[in-house]
Design a protein around this ligand. Structure first.
Ligand SMILES: [Zn+2]
Ligand SMILES: [Zn+2]
Length: 618
C-alpha cells in the first residue's frame, strides 16, 4: 500500500506528500485508523520515550496557526509550552517529533480549514507548507474533494501533493473481492451468495458504491439473516421491505472523528516523553527536566496531566519535598513510573533534617564537570541530590567548587533546563543562553575546603551534640553586630569577592546562604569547633570565649572584638602589595597574551574575566 511505502521513505529535503480525498463515507478515516493500528506508539519504560512512527492529528476547530500546533502536541500526547509564542510551539513540535522518531504525519478532515476566513486559510496553508518542508517526514492529508481544491490554490503545495482519489465502487473484480472477504467474516452458518453478479448490482444500486454504506448494508442484512434463522445472505435478503437502509448521516456518524485512543478518558494523561529519574537526582530537577522537553514548567505539565480544566493546582512541591502523596502519585502515573521511584528522589528520605538543606534553589551550586560527564555519557544534565545539602560547596568527585554563577557572563540566578534541538535537556544560563560546562577554563582545586565540608557534613548527618554545636556556631557567626553587620564579616576572614553578606534569618543561617558564604562559615565553624583537626587556629581566645558565652545562652551584650580584627574588617581590603602581585600575575598569564586584539566589549569582558579569576584565586 502506498502509505507503507511513504513510511519507509528515506528523509530528504523534499518529502513526498499525499492527499487522500473522496466523499464522506469513502473510508478515508477507516484507512487511516487501520494504518494507525498497524503502527501503534510504543513507550519505552527504560528511556521514558515514546516512539510514535505515525502521528495523526485532528484539525482544530478554527484553522488558526497556534491551534494547529496545539493539536499536533495533543496528538503526540505532549504538554504544551509555556507562553503563547507560536515560534516556541513550532520548535517544541519539531524537537518532540524528532525525539519520538515520527516518520509520518497525518492530518484528517483537512477540508474544515474552509470554515476559516480567507486570511486564516492562507495562514493555514503556510503552516502546511512549513510542516511539509521542515519536518522531513511525509505528510498525509485527508479530506473531501473541497480539500483538494483548497490545497490546489497554493501552487507550491499543488506540486508537492500527490492526490489519491478514493473512488466509489463499481461493478468490477475489486468489488467482488470485497464482498467475498465480507462474506467470509460474517458469522453465518450457511453459505451466502455474495459472489453473484446480481448481488453486486443490487448492492451498488442501494449504496451508490460508497464503502461505508456497503459495510453497513451487508451488516444489516446479515443481522436480519440470523434473526430470521435463514443463516445466509441471498439476493432476496436485499428485497426485504423492512430493511432500514443506512442513511448518509449514520454513516458519517459511524465513521466518527479520528481517535487514537478508544479507551475511556483517563483521570491522568500520560506524557509521551518522560525521562527516567537518575539514582541520585533531585526531585525538582527531574520535574524540570521532564517539563523542559515541552518547553514548559512543572506546574504547567501538572495541569496538562490533570486535564487542564482542573482548578488551579496547589503548590505540590516545596523545597524538593512533596506536600502530599497525591503529588508524587500524579507524576508517577503521568510518567509511567512506580510511585516509590518518584518518592525516592525527595529530600525527605535522606534521613537528614530539613534544616540541613539549602532552602533557596538559587543558592544550590552545580558542578560543571559532573554536568560535562553527563554529556559524555549521552545523558541529560541533572542536579545531584547531595548538591542541596548545606555543606555542599565542593564536588567530591572533581574537587572543584559548586557554582551558582555563569562562567561566561558571571551573573547569578538559577540555571535553567532547556531541551536542545537534539532533544536532550541541558542547564543553560538564563542570561547569556550558554550551556553550563567546565570546559571554558580550569577550575581551582578545592581539596582543602572539601575536607572541611565533609567534616561538617558528617557531623550534620548525625544526630547529636556535634550537630547542635554546629548549628549554634553558625548562629553565632551570623548574629548581627550593633552596627548591623553579621559577626562573621568582622573577624578579618577573607570574604567572598564582590558579594555583600546576604541577609540571613532564622535559626539555621547555613540554609539560606549562597555557596561562597557557606564555605566561609563552615571554615570558621571548623576552626572554632574542631580546633585539633585544623592546623592553624585563626581565632583569638576572645572569640572563643565569646562563643562559649553564646553557647551558654542568650547574650544581651556583644563581646567586643579586639581592635586589630575590627580595623581589618571595616573594608576588607587586601594589602597594596597583594594587589600588585595579582596584577602582575594577570599580565603574565596566558589569558592576557591571548586577549582579543581589538578593543571593545569582547576584550573588556575578557579582562574582567581574568581579574575575577585572579581575585577568586587567593
Ligand atoms: Zn563534579
Ligand atoms: Zn551567562
Amino acid at each position: 500500500m502506498r502509505l507503507e511505502d511513504l513510511l519507509s521513505y528515506p528523509p530528504r529535503d523534499r518529502m513526498p506528500c499525499l492527499l487522500l480525498y473522496g466523499d464522506t463515507g469513502m473510508g478515508k478515516t477507516k484507512v487511516i485508523r487501520k494504518f494507525l493500528l498497524d503502527h501503534e506508539p510504543i513507550f519505552d519504560r527504560g528511556t521514558g520515550v515514546t516512539s510514535m512512527p505515525v502521528v495523526a492529528m485532528q484539525m482544530p476547530a478554527e484553522p488558526v496557526e497556534r491551534d494547529v500546533y496545539g493539536e499536533l502536541l495533543n496528538a503526540m500526547s505532549a504538554s504544551g509550552p509555556s507562553g503563547d509564542a507560536t515560534f516556541r510551539l513550532k520548535t517544541t513540535c519539531l524537537t518532540l517529533m524528532r525525539r519520538m522518531g515520527v516518520r509520518m504525519l497525518i492530518i484528517d478532515e483537512i477540508h474544515t480549514m474552509l470554515t476559516g476566513t480567507y486570511r486564516q486559510q492562507r495562514v493555514f496553508l503556510n503552516v502546511i507548507r512549513f510542516l511539509a518542508n521542515d519536518l522531513k517526514v511525509p505528510l498525509i492529508c485527508a479530506g473531501t474533494d473541497l480539500a483538494r481544491q483548497a490545497l490546489l490554490t497554493d501552487p507550491q503545495l499543488a506540486e508537492r501533493f500527490e492526490a489519491f482519489h478514493l473512488k466509489l465502487w463499481s461493478n468490477t473484480q475489486q468489488l467482488a473481492q470485497l464482498l467475498a472477504s465480507l462474506g467470509s467474516i460474517l458469522p453465518l452458518r450457511e453459505q451466502s451468495q455474495l459472489g453473484t453478479a446480481a448481488v453486486r448490482r443490487k448492492v451498488l444500486e442501494m449504496t451508490d458504491g460508497v464503502t461505508v454504506r456497503i459495510f453497513r448494508l451487508i451488516e444489516t442484512v446479515a443481522v436480519e439473516a440470523v434473526r430470521s434463522g435463514k443463516e445466509a445472505i441471498t439476493l432476496e435478503s436485499f428485497d426485504n421491505g423492512s430493511l432500514v437502509l443506512p442513511l448518509v448521516a449514520m454513516a458519517r456518524l459511524s465513521e466518527g472523528r479520528l481517535q487514537r485512543h478508544a479507551s475511556p478518558v483517563r483521570p491522568v494523561r500520560l506524557l509521551a516523553i518522560a525521562p527516567r529519574p537518575f539514582e541520585d537526582e533531585l526531585l525538582n530537577c527531574w520535574r524540570w527536566r521532564v517539563a523542559s522537553h515541552y518547553s514548559s514548567s512543572p506546574r504547567q505539565v501538572e495541569s496538562w496531566v490533570c486535564g487542564a480544566s482542573g482548578a488551579s493546582n496547589p503548590h505540590l512541591f516545596s523545597n524538593d519535598i512533596p506536600t502530599g502523596q497525591s503529588a508524587t502519585r500524579l507524576w508517577a502515573l503521568a510518567c509511567r513510573l512506580k510511585q516509590a521511584d518518584v518518592e525516592r528522589l525527595s529530600l525527605q528520605n535522606t534521613g537528614r533534617s530539613r534544616a540541613s538543606f539549602v532552602s533557596d534553589p538559587a543558592h544550590r551550586g552545580v558542578c560543571p564537570s559532573c554536568l560535562d560527564e553527563n554529556v559524555e555519557e549521552g545523558r541529560d544534565h541533572y542536579c545531584r541530590r547531595c548538591w542541596a545539602c548545606v555543606e555542599a560547596v565542593v564536588c567530591p568527585r572533581h574537587k572543584i567548587g559548586l557554582e551558582i554563577k555563569c562562567a561566561v557572563c558571571f551573573r547569578t540566578g538559577l540555571f535553567q533546563f532547556r531541551s536542545t534541538p537534539a532533544g536532550v535537556a541541558r542547564l543553560f544560563c538564563r542570561h547569556c543562553d550558554v550551556v553550563v560546562s567546565a570546559r571554558k577554563f580550569q577550575r581551582r582545586d578545592q581539596t582543602a575546603l572539601l575536607q572541611v565540608a565533609s567534616l561538617i557534613g558528617e557531623a550534620i548527618g548525625k544526630v547529636g551534640s556535634e550537630r547542635e554545636r554546629i548549628e549554634t556556631a553558625s548562629r553565632f557567626f551570623w548574629s548581627l553586630r550593633p552596627e548591623g553587620m553579621p559577626y562573621i564579616t568582622t573577624l578579618g576572614l577573607p570574604l567572598p569577592y564582590g558579594q555583600r553578606p546576604p541577609p540571613t534569618a532564622g535559626n539555621a543561617p547555613l540554609t539560606s546562604l549562597p555557596p561562597a558564604w557557606r564555605a566561609l562559615t563552615m571554615t570558621a565553624i571548623a576552626d572554632l569547633i574542631f580546633e585539633d583537626t585544623c592546623k592553624t587556629a585563626r581565632f583569638s581566645a576572645s572569640v572563643r570565649e565569646a562563643f562559649r558565652q553564646f553557647e551558654r545562652g542568650p547574650v544581651p551584650e556583644y563581646h567586643q572584638v579586639s581592635l586589630r580584627t575590627r580595623a581589618a574588617s571595616v573594608l576588607n581590603l587586601r594589602a597594596e602589595s597583594e594587589y600588585r602581585q595579582l596584577a602582575r600575575g594577570i599580565v603574565e598569564s596566558e589569558g592576557w597574551k591571548s586577549l582579543p586584539s581589538k578593543t571593545g566589549r569582547a576584550s573588556s569582558r575578557a579582562i574582567g574575566k581574568l581579574m575575577l579569576r585572579a581575585l577568586n584565586d587567593e
